[in-house]
Design a protein around this ligand. Structure first.
Ligand code: DLL
Length: 446
């Protein structure tokens, strides 16, 4: 839904995603003052107890918190990269004694070792509060039944939503991922009103609900809180139509806390509100690292403002987005992330054209008779990437070869290049129980 439609709906929808904390509607001056104070406290912590971080600050001639005169000074500090976390694997960047670590989580790490992150008791408390705030903003109310189908364990999506739901007074069902037929049964039997999962897993659950033999198959779902992977507006439309809920986008990464960094408000759903009292967001040119003006798309760089166990200054997320500080029609003043398209390293260069898997998703789902299950294969037989799209028809009786031709035409019209499409049997594309594997990369390392 766009902002204009939302504001027409606002009076009656004032309770849709209530404001939990006054900071969400603070003035920009108040927010910036709070950020500066907390940035200085973070710098003090890093100097005192995280030697690699302190060395980076020293490169920018910052030896004490007072050396940060304003938020603009941040731009002079060298970035922190995922490679820094890898180099100090598993816990070399810890800024507190190991005994003060209350929990460890990790991201799956598609290339080798996972990224291990740590929380103190206070960090966990802050995270739970942030999740309660984001979930409230997304329309979850105390007493609602939250069916959490994110994987429990090291993935932050499980325990992150769990703690947030408990904090706001909801009823949590910690189903975790997998056993998809059972998900459909439990959703119906336990009356889940809020589904939490990755967007791709929501589709697998929708399919299981359709296939469930017992009536009534339709659950009581009202809301879906989805994130952990890129998804297009077309995908949102499909999920909403299949599950009969309002789908709300959540963004986050383990290095910051997990989910809880930014989320949409249910009232408007036009950009994800960054929780700016805990994370300082910048957008930089992915190639040069130069800060970009508001609204320009680039790589999101985040600084933790309250983390104790693992403070990170100017962390290169790898995620591409833009930022706006325009106040939202929901009444919140926090900056919003727009056009979250995917990761820098997921960009494919096919015959000289830059493409993101999410763009392909958008184009595929714009064509009738295509189901939202798809996978891309990239190969590099010579010097250029070759892309094949594998997808499924939406129902029986679809002429697969005609559909394939139609899709190839649409992809060529919109991307300018020839992309091979294979329409395969329904159920053939692997279903995800967490983050979907959208790209199978058969390229040999260069
Ligand atoms: O995926 C945290 C999370 C869980 C967020 C559940 C939202 C919901 P990681 O496993 O560390 O943490 O993966 C983080 O996932 O850098 C993005 O590339 C991607 N990502 C997360 N949310 C979104 C989103 C969790 N809404 C990485 N849109 C991030 C696009 C997303 N990409």
């Amino acid at each position: 839904m766009r902002a204009s439609e939302a504001s027409e709906r606002l009076p009656g929808a004032a309770l849709e995603g209530a404001v939990r904390d006054p900071v969400e509607t603070a003035s920009r001056e108040e927010l910036c003052a709070l950020q500066l104070e907390r940035l200085r406290a973070t710098v003090a912590r890093v100097i005192a107890s995280q030697p690699p971080g302190a060395a980076r600050l020293a490169e920018a001639s910052i030896a004490a918190p007072e050396d940060i005169a304003s938020l603009e000074d941040l731009a002079g500090i060298p970035f922190t990269w995922k490679d820094d976390l890898r180099e100090h694997y598993p816990l070399g960047l810890l800024a507190v004694p190991r005994e003060r670590v209350a929990r460890i989580q990790a991201s799956s790490g598609s290339h080798g070792k996972p990224t291990v992150v740590a929380y103190t008791r206070n960090d966990l408390d802050t995270w739970a509060e942030l999740m309660a705030r984001c979930m409230t903003m997304a329309g979850v109310r105390p007493g609602m039944v939250v069916h959490n189908a994110n994987g429990y364990g090291l993935f932050t999506g499980g325990l992150g939503f769990h703690d947030g739901a408990e904090r706001l007074g909801a009823t949590v069902i910690p189903v975790s991922g997998g056993f998809t037929a059972r998900q459909a049964m439990l959703l119906r039997d336990l009356g889940g009103q809020v589904l939490v999962s990755t967007p791709s897993y929501a589709l697998a659950i929708a399919q299981a609900i359709r296939e469930a033999e017992t009536a009534p198959a339709r659950p009581r779902l009202e809301l879906g809180l989805f994130g952990g992977e890129p998804w297009s507006e077309a995908m949102r439309g499909q999920i909403e139509a299949e599950l009969g809920l309002s789908a709300v986008n959540f963004y986050g990464l383990s290095e910051m806390c997990g989910p809880g960094v930014a989320a949409e408000c249910l009232a408007v759903r036009d950009g994800l509100h960054v929780q700016e009292d805990h994370f300082l967001a910048e957008v930089v040119d992915p190639r040069t690292g130069e800060p970009l003006a508001e609204g320009e798309p680039g790589e999101l760089v985040l600084t933790t403002l309250t983390k104790e166990a693992l403070p990170l200054i100017r962390y290169r997320t790898g995620d591409l987005a833009s930022l706006t500080t325009e106040p939202c029609a929901c009444g919140r003043t926090t900056a919003r992330l727009l056009s979250l398209r995917g990761r820098r390293d997921e960009m494919l260069i096919v015959r000289g054209v830059n493409l993101f898997p999410s763009q392909i998703e958008h184009l595929l789902l714009g064509v009738e008779d295509v189901s939202p299950h798809y996978q891309l294969t990239v190969e590099r037989p010579e010097s250029m990437d070759e892309l094949t799209v594998r997808c499924e028809p939406a129902g029986d009786g679809v002429d697969r070869s005609l559909l394939g031709e139609r899709l190839e035409r649409v992809l060529r019209e919109h991307t300018g290049i020839r992309i091979a499409v294979e329409v395969v049997d329904a159920g053939t594309v692997p279903r995800s129980e967490g983050k979907a594997v959208r790209v199978v990369d058969r390229r040999l390392p260069r």
